[in-house]
Design a protein around this ligand. Structure first.
Ligand SMILES: *Cc1c(COP(=O)(O)O)cnc(C)c1O
Length: 361
């Protein structure tokens, strides 16, 4: 018997969400973003489920090579490019695309063997002030790259800062900046949209969209739920009740005794804690599904356990199933209650939690 916590990964939901992305951006190619172990869902499972994407977006060279070893022939884009010169021969050998965002990278490229052939995305900073060349620096960066023998193809990329807020004027400003920079470069492919822009800003779709979070069934938009966007949750974080306590009125539960029983009640102990990636900041009252019924977390989250309110769930016994988020409890709702976003919860599911493929059809 192993500890009963696992993350169920619904591969049919992944496929559905990809087809939803395609439907919304029918004239664009889709780069499925698989960074951070596919947002915590498992790189290999997700890359196979998303094989109909036009390309994959990743960060780590080792992950890109793992996909090549699996036989994937897709273009694979390294979203932060290379971090040092010694990666370049593997990048070229595996026909990976590198994002070029800084002058130091072009300095490196100017000094490598022209035998290496690379496809690159030139990243433009249209206002986020994170990665990329500013509009002022862009022309000279493009000129330097264009003259290099090692560069086979150049595409253009930028990233949006506020697309999750549908009415934020920054998105339009960034789009305009990106369009004006690339105005006379219609031979170069352009990419701007993350999930939020794919869903909320069709004018940002351009040649390539780059959805991440929506593929995993979470809403990036502040004003829309995943289900209202026809997205299906991919990960369900599941565990079981491993013990039940019959508590008396005024008994306190867990570290610090932060929960006091208002009456005689049953308390369930669940094999899930912050050591699994469940947020320690989750407060008493956080929804949890036990034996198919919604109840609440009570008391503090421990490393390996949480305690739940079993009042009204008479059917709950040892080994009753528990869902922390997923099919029956949107991860977005859990994230909101702890003041974070689904991305952080999903990426934060730790290695000791087994990912288990499932098919819900
Ligand atoms: C992570 C990432 C994305 C995907 O963002 P989502 O909000 O998850 O859709 C797109 N583009 C770049 C450059 C990224 O780093």
């Amino acid at each position: 018997m192993t500890r009963p916590i696992y993350a169920s990964i619904d591969v049919d939901a992944l496929k559905h969400n990809l087809s939803q992305a395609r439907k919304l951006a029918p004239d664009s190619k889709v780069m499925a973003v698989l960074k951070a172990n596919a947002y915590g869902h498992g790189l290999l499972t997700c890359s196979h489920a998303l094989k109909d994407a036009d390309s994959f977006g990743l960060l780590d060279l080792s992950d890109a090579i793992a996909l090549r070893n699996e036989g994937f022939k897709h273009p694979i884009c390294l979203l932060e490019g290379f971090f040092s010169q010694d990666e370049l021969s593997l990048i070229a050998e595996n026909e990976l695309e590198a994002v070029i965002h800084s002058d130091w990278q072009i300095d490196v490229l100017e000094n490598i063997s022209p035998e290496l052939k690379l496809n690159v995305w030139l990243k433009i900073d249209t206002g986020m002030n994170r990665l990329g060349f500013t509009p002022d620096q862009f022309k000279s960066a493009l000129k330097r790259l264009s003259t290099l023998k090692c560069i086979r193809n150049i595409s253009l990329m930028s990233h949006l800062a506020n697309a999750d807020q549908r009415n934020d004027p920054m998105t339009q400003r960034q789009l305009n900046e990106f369009l004006s920079i690339s105005e006379n470069l219609s031979n170069l492919m352009r990419s701007l949209a993350n999930s939020a822009a794919l869903l909320g800003h069709p004018d940002c779709h351009l040649d390539w969209v780059r959805p991440g979070i929506m593929l995993y069934g979470s809403s990036p938009l502040t004003d829309a739920t995943a289900s209202s966007l026809n997205l299906l949750p991919v990960m369900s974080l599941n565990s079981e009740i491993i013990s039940i306590k019959d508590c008396k009125k005024d008994d306190v539960v867990g570290y610090g005794g932060s929960w006091r029983c208002p009456e005689d009640m049953r308390v369930g102990v669940v094999a899930c804690g912050y050591g699994d990636g469940y947020p320690r900041s989750a407060p008493s009252g956080m929804p949890v599904i036990v034996a198919g019924k919604q109840t609440q977390l009570i008391g503090r989250v421990s490393m390996d356990m949480i305690t739940v309110d079993l009042r009204g769930i008479d059917a709950a016994t040892q080994a009753s199933p528990v869902e922390l988020w997923g099919r029956n409890l949107p991860v977005d709702a859990v994230a909101e209650k702890v003041g974070t976003i689904s991305y952080e919860l999903l990426c934060g599911v730790t290695e000791r939690v087994v990912r288990q493929e499932s098919h819900h059809g």
